[in-house]
Design a protein around this ligand. Structure first.
Ligand code: NAP
Length: 484
């Protein structure tokens, strides 16, 4: 019997009104269905909103430190289950077990961090021009917030949206990605067990078109936080802007790592391998372009190839595996299609490029880590997000050329540089068009206590995570109080 996971509405685990479910399939072993989830529609979203609207006033009135306590309790519950939840994430999303456990730990840290925000939620006291007038700001919750999340960080992203939304006094309707809904379910379950009042958090699974749209179109929606593709994000943004619903969109990337001629080549090769291939390149912050100064191009590429060829691809539950499968058949097909496009455009395949087949590979969506060289800026593989383990190598004649190449895309999520030249590093920080900037580190690997977000086509709206998150989930009220 397959486990069946229900929606969570008004504190109850309930089936979708359609009576239908959809499977959550293991991408490393498609014979395994991790569980069946509710195939919901607009009527289930309506019930979730009714519950959230009803719960809103009492939740907003509860002192914020007490709201934070629910997050602390849920963090403890999650910590006691870390190993189990890590295994489940690997089975539903495909990433390796250390990556999954690291992500669950990150969700726990996020709950603790925002639990602590219950006792902070700082605002300002600002002097008045007038005598005996005391001026300050207050933070107020927005109301019902809708959260729509992608499959690639199925625990961390729901956690970094729901924790600040809740501690700020909002109620929530969340729709996780259909490819990996179990990890978010576990967060909701922990908050339920922590005693969160009914209706404060509601979880509804189902297709983006049906459930996501119904959330976005609901008249009671006061804020939307979306992470996913540019196509979907931009279409939702167009709808919400007209209604003046506060919204934030975290979307795609085409993130560069620049390697300058003074770099430690071993360290640079490790940084590129980590950025491009960990999590199968399925991170919005993954490195998909290596921009290398001419003087070190050949020796660096040799080291990069050596390290890439050592990566073992397979089921993420195997401790020797460094790279799991693509998340599903569509993503695998996209990866392979872009590899074909790269070859047609005249880029040279240095390694990889193929679906892996034979033995256990036949049970999943496995692909080789792939490197192209001879990539020029106008090629589609240099411009478009692939979201797979495909790295494009580009030669830069000097630092200025490297900056031109790095900034020559529509995206601006993350970017890194490998160099010990402090002047160049500072120039890079100053000139790079990216929201997340790393130095002598991979493009991926951000921390929850700092603001997160991109620029250009990658992001729209306020930052997520860190202290910035509360700015999104609260509205500022300004008070002028004259005492007589
Ligand atoms: P996606 O297809 O855009 O889906 C994201 C979420 O939107 C899913 O829950 C999806 O539901 C839902 N959705 C789809 N169509 C919708 C619609 N018409 N109305 C409302 N909701 C809808 O993205 P994905 O494939 O899950 O994730 C990969 C993308 O996310 C990549 O582009 C990646 O760069 C981006 N990403 C960005 C960040 C960041 O912080 N910048 C982080 C992670 C990922 P279903 O799952 O049911 O289709």
């Amino acid at each position: 019997m397959l486990p069946v996971f229900n929606n969570y509405i008004e504190g109850q685990w309930v089936e979708a009104k359609s009576g239908k479910t959809f499977p959550d399939v293991n991408p490393a072993n498609t014979d395994e269905t991790v569980g069946l989830f509710q195939s919901s529609g607009a009527e289930d979203v309506e019930a979730a909103f009714e519950a959230a609207v009803k719960a809103q006033p009492a939740w907003a009135a509860l002192p914020a430190p007490r709201r934070g306590e629910y997050l602390f309790k849920a963090a403890e519950i999650l910590e006691s289950r870390l190993a189990k939840l890590g295994g489940e994430m690997t089975r539903e999303e495909g990433k390796t077990l250390p990556e999954s456990k690291g992500e669950v730990k990150r969700a726990i840290n996020i709950f603790r961090y925002f639990g602590g925000e219950g006792a902070r939620q700082f605002s300002y006291q600002i002097p008045s021009e007038r005598e005996n007038v005391f001026c300050y700001t207050l933070r107020k919750p927005l109301g019902v917030t809708g959260l729509i999340t992608p499959w690639n960080f199925p625990s961390a992203i729901p956690a970094w949206k729901m924790a600040p939304a809740l501690v700020a006094g909002n109620t929530v309707v969340i729709k996780p990605a259909s490819l990996a809904p179990l990890s978010a379910y576990r967060l909701v379950e922990a908050l339920h067990e922590a005693g969160l009042p009914a209706g404060v958090l509601n979880y509804v699974t189902g297709g983006g078109g049906a459930v996501g749209n119904a959330i976005v179109e609901h008249p009671a929606l006061r804020a939307l936080s979306f992470t996913g593709s540019c196509d979907v994000g931009n279409s939702l943004n167009a709808k919400l802007a007209a209604r003046k619903v506060r919204s934030q969109f975290e979307m795609g990337g085409k993130n560069p790592t620049i390697v300058l001629k003074d770099a430690d080549l071993d360290a640079a090769a490790d940084i590129l391998v980590n950025g491009a291939f960990f999590s199968t390149g399925q991170k919005c912050t993954a490195c998909s372009r290596a921009i290398i100064e001419k003087a070190i191009y050949e020796p660096l590429v040799e080291k990069l190839m050596e390290k890439t060829k050592k990566l073992k691809v397979g089921n993420g539950l195997d401790p020797d595996v460094a790279m799991g499968p693509a998340v599903d058949a569509n993503q695998l097909e996209t990866d392979l299609r872009y590899i074909e496009i790269g070859e047609q455009e005249g880029a040279r395949l240095l390694c990889g490029g193929n679906r892996l087949t034979g033995g256990p590979y036949d049970q999943g969506y496995f692909i080789e880590p792939t490197i192209f060289d001879g990539v020029t800026p106008e090629m589609r593989i240099a411009q478009e997000e692939i979201f797979g383990p495909v790295l494009s190598l580009m030669v830069a004649s000097d630092f200025d050329d490297a900056m031109r190449l790095a900034n020559g895309v529509k995206f601006g999520l993350s970017a890194s540089i490998v160099s010990k030249d402090l002047t160049r590093v500072h120039q890079f920080i100053n000139r790079i068009e990216a929201g997340l900037i790393t130095v002598n580190l991979p493009t991926a690997g951000v921390e929850y206590q700092l603001p997160f977000g991109g620029t250009k086509e990658s992001s729209f709206g306020m930052r997520e995570q860190g202290p910035a998150a509360l700015d999104f989930y609260t509205e500022t009220r300004t008070v002028y109080l004259r005492y007589v």
